[in-house]
Unconditional design. Structure first.
Length: 238
């Protein structure tokens, strides 16, 4: 219940920020000079970075001897591209992003013995592609430098690539059958960052984002997702 309320409050906050962006107007690059009022500029952006999935819940209807499943993942790559508009310190954009992480370890509690243990996950790759509408609010720090916070909502398309194998927990086998599974769910993200204007048209951007989603259902396997993403990129305004 606590987790549900927390996610619901974060979702409501994200929607409120987006509504504020939409009502105020759109923005493509942050405004480095408070005296400059550049209207209806467009931009494209490209970001690269690392994705760190937090330890999250996992369950399988076919595994009845274990409870409280949780998985960890290796650090993965992150890449995102967006096109958007800018007005009066606000931005609105459509973004497509992808991250791929290898699942590392599975921990769970044996129902028979109440022993909690962990073991490696063999050959399971998780890919998540998001399609989000993001809203930004930019704040001028000094000439050429600004900070921002952002929120976004949309969908996430997840793919689970399994090479096949078992994870044994206290004598109970979790079978990762060799197949590919996919699912599409609701997704949201919150972010902060700073930007530096190299030229009037080109800016550098460094940021942090938290990506969350509804649970993915891959066949009988249910997987939660919470990802911390650190990015660096460029934005070209035209």
């Amino acid at each position: 219940m606590v987790i549900y309320i927390k996610r619901k409050s974060i979702f409501i906050s994200s929607v409120m920020v987006l509504l504020g962006v939409s009502s105020a107007a759109f923005s493509g690059a942050y405004i480095p000079d408070p005296e400059v009022n550049e209207l209806d500029e467009k931009y494209i952006s490209l970001k690269f970075g690392a994705s760190v999935i937090e330890d999250s819940g996992v369950s399988d209807a076919g595994v009845t001897g274990l409870s409280g499943g949780e998985y960890s993942a290796d650090v993965g790559h992150y890449v995102a591209g967006a096109i958007g508009m800018v007005r009066d310190g606000y931005r609105l954009e459509f973004e497509v992003a992808n991250q791929i992480n290898d699942l590392d370890k599975l921990s769970a509690t044996s129902i028979a013995t109440s022993i909690k243990a962990s073991n490696s996950i063999p050959g399971v790759d998780a890919s998540v592609t998001t399609f989000l509408v993001n809203g930004y609010k930019d704040f001028v720090l000094s000439r050429g430098v600004s900070a921002y916070f952002s929120s976004g909502v949309g969908i996430a398309y997840g793919e689970l690539d399994l090479a096949g194998g078992n994870t044994a927990i206290d004598g109970v086998n979790w079978n990762w059958q060799e197949h590919g599974q996919d699912d599409t769910v609701f997704a949201w993200q919150l972010g902060v960052g700073v930007g530096y204007e190299l030229t009037k048209a080109m800016s550098l951007d460094v940021g942090y984002r938290y990506l969350g989603s509804s649970d993915f259902e891959y066949g009988s396997t249910n997987i939660e997702l919470g990802s911390h993403n650190v990015t660096a990129g460029v934005r070209y305004t035209f």
